[in-house]
Design a protein around this ligand. Structure first.
Ligand SMILES: *[C@@H]1O[C@H](CO)[C@@H](O)[C@H](O)[C@H]1NC(C)=O
Ligand SMILES: *[C@@H]1O[C@H](CO)[C@@H](O)[C@H](O)[C@H]1NC(C)=O
Ligand SMILES: *[C@@H]1O[C@H](CO)[C@@H](O)[C@H](O)[C@H]1NC(C)=O
Ligand SMILES: *[C@@H]1O[C@H](CO)[C@@H](O)[C@H](O)[C@H]1NC(C)=O
Ligand SMILES: *[C@@H]1O[C@H](CO)[C@@H](O)[C@H](O)[C@H]1NC(C)=O
Length: 312
């Protein structure tokens, strides 16, 4: 009942990528690990969208996702994990509407998923219909996890190109996220898997646990440290010891807001307010998800950024 076709048209402008999509990518699906390969084939069969386009749709998230993720602890020890998913950068700016073509087309595809085993929830996620990886998820009462793209010159595309060219020894980042949500049974276990698995491209994993001070950004293991007054960790798409790219500083405004909110007033509602502050909220923002591990709660909101609003 969901149509992916207009989306893939936007991904594949003027037939330029036709050969890639018709020939290379359908073959590539068999190189992806189980169950992702089978699910992608199933989505193609059921939706009628050509296999190559569904593969392309799944690859693009690995490359074009910019985001803000925050894990914060209130002064009762409750952890709140919030994220904005911003997607579609450089994939077509609609001058008339002042919006990103892809970001607009993705909004109707936002779904909350509940993965069950023996009729019991194992984990929940906010996702896009047709996408088999995970960018935002919660294992109720155990941990919360989001993934942000990490921009770097030698990362990103290279690993993905290597995969297409046949060198396949890394894990797709969002497949790892999903496998961790499915299989890890504690914060520590999740942290270990995320830190130790070789990946195709650099990414940040923002992990929240179910106990005080369990909030960290993996690959750099910067952690919540209440003694040092660090009651939250926050990540956009840049290494925290570097200045953010000057045209894309979502970190400073987000930190300023968190500092103003104060630990005493941290809640799902104030986290939503922080994630609604421009330019943390921008024209690429597709959804905001709020998670509270102790209640196993995940809620998501499809976002719109009224003018005046930054393109990113
Ligand atoms: C752009 O705006 C026009 C008219 O306001 C509308 O018909 C169209 O659906 C919009 N396109 C997108 C991608 O939002
Ligand atoms: C699964 O659980 C739901 C409630 O969570 C219940 O309504 C339903 O009957 C259950 N189904 C089976 C097959 O046990
Ligand atoms: C936190 O997670 C651990 C590991 O899964 C579990 O044993 C513990 O019961 C959880 N604590 C709470 C408060 O849910
Ligand atoms: C927020 O507070 C932290 C810790 O006190 C401080 O290091 C940081 O500079 C503050 N950031 C902003 C933007 O106010
Ligand atoms: C915390 O929230 C309360 C009630 O919403 C408000 O009165 C108070 O000023 C807030 N405190 C801070 C430090 O923002």
């Amino acid at each position: 009942c969901l149509s992916l076709a207009p989306l893939s048209n936007a991904f594949v402008p003027s037939g330029k990528l036709i050969e890639l999509v018709d020939i290379t990518l359908p073959l590539m699906v068999n190189t992806l690990p189980y169950p992702f390969n089978e699910e992608i084939k199933g989505i193609s069969t059921d939706s009628g969208v050509p296999l190559g386009e569904v593969v392309l749709f799944n690859i693009f998230y690995e490359v074009f996702t910019v985001c803000t993720s925050i894990v914060a602890e209130d002064n009762k020890g409750n952890l709140v994990h919030g994220r904005n998913l911003d997607f579609g950068l450089f994939l077509g700016w609609d001058v008339k509407n002042k919006s990103w073509t892809i970001s607009e087309k993705l909004k109707p595809l936002v779904v909350n998923l509940d993965f069950k085993r023996k009729n019991q929830t194992v984990f929940k996620s906010t996702n896009f219909a047709g996408y088999v990886g995970m960018l935002t998820g919660i294992k109720p009462h155990t941990f919360t996890l989001t993934m942000n793209e990490r921009f770097s010159l030698d990362g990103g595309y290279i690993g993905i190109l290597e995969w297409i060219m046949g060198q396949r020894d890394g894990m797709w980042m969002s497949f790892l996220t999903r496998s961790v949500l499915e299989n890890a049974n504690s914060y520590e276990e999740a942290k270990k898997h995320l830190a130790q698995t070789k990946m195709l491209a650099p990414a940040y994993f923002i992990l929240g646990g179910n106990q005080t001070q369990q909030g960290c950004i993996i690959t750099r293991s910067r952690e919540i440290d209440l003694k040092l007054g660090r009651w939250y960790v926050l990540e956009t798409n840049y290494d925290h010891w570097e200045e953010p790219f000057f045209l894309d500083d979502r970190r400073t405004p987000a930190m300023k807001c968190m500092n103003q909110t104060t630990q005493a007033n941290m809640s799902l509602k104030t986290m939503y307010d922080v994630l609604s502050t421009k330019p943390v909220l921008n024209k690429l923002t597709t959804y905001t998800t709020l998670m509270q591990v102790s209640e196993g709660k995940l809620e998501s909101y499809i976002r719109d950024c009224p003018d005046p609003c930054m393109p990113w």
